[in-house]
Write a protein that binds this ligand. Structure first.
Ligand code: PLP
Length: 387
C-alpha cells in the first residue's frame, strides 16, 4: 500500500522551463518585460487596475500596510487562524495585531467578531481567504465601508477563486497574493499586490525598489535617477526569471485550478461517509480555488491522536501536516501580548484537529484512494489502542 505521495508538488511543464531558459538567454534578469507581463496577467485575473510583483506574499502584505501609512500606535484586525505572515506584517510596521477568532465552519473571521474588535485606533482589517475559501469577504467589504477602515485582502491562498462574478483579489482596497511552491501557481518565491488605487500602487512600486520614484525602473532613466531614493525603501523586487515562470503558470491557471478541483472532489467523494471526519465546505455562489485539502478529526480525537495519525501517514511515505497553530499562541505573540490557551477557543479547537492531506494537480484517483485507505486504517488503530 505504501507509495511516496508528497504533501504538495508544483506543476511545471515544458512551457515554464522554456520561458525561464529564454529569460536566461535574454540577458535581462531583473526589472524587464517578463515582470510587466506577469503583472498584467494577475491584474486582469483579479479585475484590478494595478499589480505590483514582489519577492514574497509576506512582502506584498508588508508593503500594503506601509503604503496605507499604518505604523506605531495603530491597530490592525487580523485572524487568529491563519498563516503567521498575516500577523507578522502588522508587527513589521510597529502596529498592534488585534486577533479575531474564526467561524467554525468556514474558518474565516466572523463579521460580528471583527466588528466587536473595532476601536478608534483600528487602521485596517486583514481578511484572509483561509485555505482558498473566500466565504465572508462581502461582509468584510461592508464593514470596511461602514467604518471607513481599509480592507487588506490576504489572498495568498486563493488565486482564481470568486464569489459570484467577483474574483478573489477584488474585495480589498488592496490585496496580496503569494506564489510559494505549494500555491495554485508558483514562482519559487514571489508575491503580488493588486489594487485600483493609483497612489497606493505608485507607493508600493517605489517601496519595493529601494524607495526610488515609482517610474524609475532603469538606471539613469526618466524623471528620477536610479540613485534618487525618495523614501526608505526595500529591495522586494521579483526577478525576471521568477516573473517568466509566473507568467507561464498564469497562462495555465484555469487548467491548474481544474486539476486541483478534481482532486478535491475525489477526496470528498471518498471520505464523505466517514463520521469522524469533517470535510471542507464551500458556500453557495462561491467558486473555491483549492489551496490544500484539510480535513478535521471529530472530537473523539485529541491533538495527540492527530500527531500520531500524521506520524503514521508519514511512516507510509504519505505527506501529512497540521494546519495552522493559532497565531496568538505562537511563542513570539504569546510572550509579547501574554495570550493564553482559551483566548481563541474556536481556532484552538479547530487547529488541534486539522489534518492536511497530500494535494497537488497530478494526484490520481488511485493516489487519493491510497491516502484515504491508509488514513482510515490509522484512525481506527489510534482510537482502538487508546480506548
Ligand atoms: C494566508 C497567507 N498569507 C501570507 C502568506 C505569505 O506568503 P509567502 O510565503 O509567499 O511569504 C501565506 C503563505 O503561505 C499565507 O498562506
Amino acid at each position: 500500500m505504501s507509495t511516496a505521495i508528497p504533501l504538495s508538488l508544483p506543476d511545471i511543464t515544458d512551457a515554464e522551463i522554456r520561458a525561464v531558459v529564454e529569460t536566461l538567454r535574454s540577458g535581462r534578469l531583473s526589472i524587464g518585460p517578463r515582470l510587466e507581463d506577469f503583472e498584467r496577467l494577475v491584474a486582469q485575473r483579479a479585475g484590478r487596475a494595478h499589480a505590483i510583483g514582489v519577492s514574497s506574499g509576506t512582502c506584498a502584505l508588508h508593503l500594503a500596510l506601509l503604503a496605507l501609512g499604518i505604523g506605531p500606535d495603530d491597530e490592525v484586525i487580523t485572524p487568529a487562524f491563519s498563516f503567521v505572515a498575516s500577523a507578522n506584517c502588522v508587527e513589521y510596521v510597529g502596529a498592534r495585531p488585534v486577533f479575531v477568532d474564526c467561524d467554525p465552519r468556514t474558518l474565516n473571521m466572523k463579521k460580528s467578531e471583527v466588528e466587536r474588535k473595532i476601536t478608534a485606533k483600528t487602521r485596517a482589517i486583514i481578511g484572509v481567504e483561509v485555505f482558498g475559501n473566500p466565504a465572508g469577504m462581502n461582509e468584510l467589504v461592508a464593514l470596511s465601508a461602514k467604518y471607513e477602515i481599509p480592507l487588506i485582502e490576504d489572498s495568498a491562498e486563493a488565486l482564481g477563486g470568486r464569489i459570484g462574478n467577483e474574483p478573489v483579489g477584488a474585495f480589498g482596497r488592496v490585496a496580496a497574493f503569494g506564489f510559494y511552491p505549494n500555491k495554485q501557481i508558483t514562482t519559487g518565491e514571489g508575491g503580488m499586490i493588486v489594487t485600483d488605487d493609483d497612489r497606493l500602487a505608485a507607493n508600493c512600486r517605489s517601496l519595493r525598489n529601494h524607495g526610488r520614484p515609482s517610474e524609475s525602473m532603469e538606471s539613469g532613466s526618466g524623471t528620477g535617477s536610479w540613485l534618487n531614493h525618495e523614501r526608505l525603501g526595500y529591495n522586494f523586487r521579483l526577478s525576471e526569471l521568477a516573473a517568466a515562470l509566473g507568467a507561464a503558470q498564469m497562462r495555465r491557471l484555469d487548467e491548474l485550478i481544474e486539476a486541483r478541483q478534481a482532486v478535491a472532489e475525489a477526496y470528498t467523494r471518498r471520505l464523505m461517509g466517514n463520521p469522524d471526519l469533517m470535510l471542507p465546505s464551500v458556500e453557495p455562489d462561491t467558486f473555491m480555488s483549492w489551496f490544500v485539502y484539510v480535513v478535521r478529526l471529530s472530537d473523539r480525537y485529541t491533538p495527540d491522536d492527530r500527531a500520531e495519525i500524521i506520524e503514521g501517514l508519514r511512516r507510509h511515505e504519505l505527506g501529512a501536516s497540521d494546519y495552522f497553530p493559532p497565531i496568538p499562541l505562537l511563542p513570539y505573540y504569546r510572550l509579547k501580548y501574554h495570550y493564553r490557551p482559551g483566548d481563541f477557543p474556536i481556532a484552538e479547537s479547530v487547529s488541534g484537529r486539522t489534518l492536511a492531506l497530500p494535494f497537488f494537480t497530478r494526484m490520481t484517483e488511485r493516489d487519493v484512494d491510497t491516502v484515504c485507505q491508509t488514513l482510515e486504517l490509522i484512525m481506527t488503530r489510534t482510537t482502538f489502542r487508546r480506548d
